[in-house]
Design a binder for this molecule. Structure first.
Ligand code: FAD
Length: 393
């Protein structure tokens, strides 16, 4: 009997997209925050490529920065599925806030919660739930898809490691104070030398470099990190030395579901805008949504979004149920990023000329959607994972 069959026999009484009362309440509260506080700031934050610090403060106050973190550490003690709902709802209004919350929960808190020694968890998970933004630093200029070819080195200095190198493309890097960062502590051992560290921004030898000027998710910071003889105490090794490769693979497996949630949020935002606009816009003496040509396009968009949402929710619920979800997570990210791009592109066309200018929200959804095919493993890398799992090699 497969794992999936076992799970189906458990009392799964709700359809995938039907929320429990708790999930409903949680989603409504995130939506209220997104509509009431985020929406009015979206255009300016995108223009200025900057997140309003007031919103980050509110994310902490609402418990969105430690959704799964246990109450013992000041977190909300929620489920992974709730984190996914939050990322979706936030991204429906602004994918930059979506990824701020996504990285904090699905990568940083997740890595610490799973692999952190008790004193590391106590120290950092509580700060991450209450006031400090986290970032996850794996990629480098020369190592993206081939992440384990990293050049950043950690040298044993007795009670500490000395780290030298540079990380590139690090989300939340400008706002973050706590970094989960990967370096190779034993290059002769290849990927088995990769070690994960928890590094505070204030550590000597650690600095934040250039911030990227991006196509989409412009308010989300993407920066370079520079480590020059950066001394990190041994107690800040996350998990065991040499097990960083496993930590990075396993956190990113979960993280991908978060990116899927960001993508369905973008698609939902673009579809809702399109429904409203096509009802309002008059041509040939009637609303354009009275034309079958427009209706069919809206129907296609809604159907694609429904399929992507089912995939993302299924992967998230599998994760919460303790079922192996690697293939489903890769499929969900691959598919939902394509859907977000298609739906938001179609939204621009449905708006006509107004879709092409920044006075209306849809061009931003399209720009924001593009990142889904790139970070946390490009679409080719997702196809590689899926292919390996279905072929069995
Ligand atoms: C806005 C943004 C935010 C990011 N945030 C983070 C972050 O917070 N932390 C972090 O660590 N990283 C982050 N990244 C980095 C991101 O994960 C990498 O950009 C991504 O993994 C791709 O790596 P690369 O850019 O080096 O592209 P490459 O790996 O050079 O890929 C280039 C092209 O080659 C293809 N390719 C490569 N190898 C193969 C292969 N074997 N088979 C087929 N095709 C292949 C790829 O699919 C892609 O199309 C971020 C990137 C961006 C743009």
């Amino acid at each position: 009997m497969t794992q999936t069959q076992t799970a189906v026999e458990e009392p799964l009484t709700r359809p995938l997209t039907t929320l429990s009362e708790d999930e409903h309440m949680f989603r409504d509260s995130v939506r209220e925050f997104a509509e009431g506080e985020i929406r009015k700031r979206v255009e300016e934050m995108d223009e200025q490529a900057h997140i309003d610090p007031e919103l980050i403060k509110q994310c902490f106050e609402l418990g969105l920065m430690g959704i799964e973190t246990s109450e013992e550490f000041g977190g909300a003690g929620g489920s992974f599925f709730q984190a996914i709902l939050a990322v979706e709802e936030l991204s429906r209004v602004d994918a930059s806030i979506g990824v701020l919350v996504d990285v904090q929960n699905t990568l940083v808190n997740n890595a610490l919660g799973r692999w952190g020694a008790p004193q590391l968890k106590k120290k950092y998970l509580s700060q991450l739930a209450a006031e400090k933004v986290g970032a996850y630093a794996l990629s480098e200029a020369g190592s993206g898809s081939d992440a384990f070819a990293m050049a950043t080195r950690a040298v044993d200095g007795g009670d500490h490691f000395v780290i030298n190198g540079r990380k590139l493309w690090i989300t939340n890097g400008k706002e973050a104070e706590i970094f989960v960062l990967f370096a190779n502590a034993n290059p002769e051992a290849g990927y088995r030398g990769i070690t994960a560290f928890v590094i505070e921004k204030s550590t000597e030898g650690f600095s934040v470099g250039k911030k990227e000027n991006k196509l989409g998710i412009r308010a989300s910071s993407t920066v370079e990190l520079i480590l020059e003889d950066c001394q990190v105490p041994k107690e800040n090794v996350l998990g065991e030395a040499g097990k960083g490769y496993k930590i990075s693979i396993e956190t990113l497996n979960e993280g991908r579901i978060g990116i899927g949630a960001q993508m369905i949020g973008i698609a939902a935002g673009a579809l809702e805008s399109s429904l409203a606009y096509t009802a309002e816009r008059q041509q040939f003496g009637k609303s354009i949504n009275q034309f079958q040509g427009i209706q069919f396009q809206l129907a296609e968009m809604a159907t694609e979004l429904e399929a992507a949402r089912l995939m993302v929710y299924n992967a998230a619920r599998m994760k919460d149920a303790g079922i192996n979800f690697v293939k489903e997570a890769a499929m969900a990210k691959l598919y939902s990023s394509r859907v977000a791009e298609r739906v938001s592109s179609k939204a621009i066309e449905l708006y006509g000329g107004y879709g092409y200018v920044k006075d209306y929200p849809v061009e931003k959804y399209w720009r924001d959607s593009k990142i889904g095919a790139i970070y946390e493993g490009t679409s080719n890398m997702q196809l590689q994972t899926i292919a390996k799992l279905i072929i069995g090699k």
